[in-house]
Design a binder for this molecule. Structure first.
Ligand SMILES: Cc1cc2nc3c(=O)[nH]c(=O)nc-3n(C[C@H](O)[C@H](O)[C@H](O)COP(=O)(O)OP(=O)(O)OC[C@H]3O[C@@H](n4cnc5c(N)ncnc54)[C@H](O)[C@@H]3O)c2cc1C
Length: 323
């Protein structure tokens, strides 16, 4: 492969005026693949992309910020058009997105338009072997993938790569204005989901219930456990929220909230990667699960193989006795 062949295009994600941690992991994934920051071109799409492009440039890569009123709010069509234009200007070996809602939405479309392979949720990359490793079957197995196309679209699984570090010399930043309106999509609006604000983002202790909690009637047990700690909150896996045991605002994971508490306790949570993505920044993880093979045990500091319905009441009782 020539140097040109080793170029990587990274599509940045941003939230509340900041480049997301998942993007910094995608940058690191790109660095491993392309071998050098010099081979990376980062792009930021936003209503006003200048500051965000500067933030990304601080990581030492060449950046183009695309600004325009049709890029202020995400629509797959408008974003796809800009990224495709970029992707066609240079022969990129890899187009890397964070494997979040953004990457899941854009990745397959990009790959289809470019005739490229798509590797969603890559947790490890081995460029010397052209090998990508990704979890399958809810993280119970890993699959090794060797794509055959010249360009490969990669979704970098958050929580799998170190975050890129700021460089001593910022990368060159270019700015482009995009006026073209998408022909088939009109952005109508977005609304916050209903439900109480559980203060999840600020919580230092998160007690999370999964399907293993068995039903809504057992949610008070999670609340009692959370009440043992100051600055605590109750959360749920997607299944617990889908079942209506907990509000959607309580969902942790790739399609829910991202938390990074000092202490996370997963109660009857299997540890599917879509869930782990949202809590892998936790400092100390305890998992309670009847299945000793549950994937969450591979990321837990304390693994408790026990029925939650027996463990939690005993835990609450013992903690109260100590008070
Ligand atoms: C596109 C997409 C996005 C997704 N986004 C998310 C997301 O944001 N967040 C999320 O959480 N999931 C998400 N999911 C779903 C995810 O793949 C898993 O299905 C989900 O996380 C599993 O939830 P769970 O761990 O509660 O249930 P399960 O996987 O069913 O696990 C239940 C666990 O409880 C254990 N258990 C059972 N009974 C007991 C007991 N009495 N005591 C102790 N342990 C017990 C079992 O051994 C098992 O490990 C997404 C999936 C897709 C496809």
């Amino acid at each position: 492969m020539s140097t040109v062949d080793k170029r990587a295009l990274v599509v940045a994600e941003h939230k509340d005026g900041k480049i997301t941690p998942a993007t910094l992991e995608a940058l690191e994934c790109a660095r491993i693949l392309s071998g050098s920051l010099d081979n990376i071109h980062g792009i930021v799409l936003a209503g006003e992309a200048e500051k965000l492009a500067g933030q990304l440039g601080d990581y030492g890569v060449q950046v183009t910020g695309f600004s325009g009123k049709f890029l202020k709010n995400y629509t797959g069509e408008a974003f796809l058009e800009v990224i495709l234009d970029c992707a066609k200007q240079e022969p990129y070996a890899w187009i890397i997105l964070p494997h979040t809602s953004l990457g899941m939405d854009l990745g397959p479309a990009l790959a289809a338009h470019l005739g490229a392979a798509f590797v969603p949720g890559a947790q490890e990359v081995r460029p010397e072997e052209n090998l990508f490793i990704r979890p399958v079957f809810n993280g119970k197995f890993s699959r090794e993938v060797r794509p055959l196309t010249e360009t490969i679209v990669v979704g970098a699984l958050p929580g799998s790569f170190a975050q890129a570090e700021k460089a001593q010399t910022p990368g060159k930043v270019g700015l482009v204005t995009v006026d073209k309106a998408p022909a088939r999509t009109v952005y109508v609006g977005a609304a916050e989901g209903e439900g109480p604000d559980l203060g999840l983002a600020q919580a230092q202790v998160v007690i999370c219930g999964g399907r293993g909690m068995g039903g809504e009637d057992n949610v008070p047990l999670l609340e009692e456990t959370a009440a043992l700690f100051p600055r605590s909150a109750v959360a749920g896996s997607r299944i617990a929220c889908d079942m209506g045991w907990l509000p959607y605002k309580a969902q942790i994971g790739v399609t829910g909230q991202t938390v990074a508490p000092k202490f996370y306790m997963g109660c009857g949570v299997s540890g599917a990667f879509q869930h782990v993505v949202g809590m892998s920044g936790s400092q100390f993880v305890v998992a309670v699960n009847t299945d000793p093979q549950a994937p969450i045990f591979s990321i837990a500091d304390y693994c408790i193989v026990e029925d939650v319905m027996e463990f939690l009441p005993a835990f609450v009782k013992a903690a109260r006795e100590k008070e």
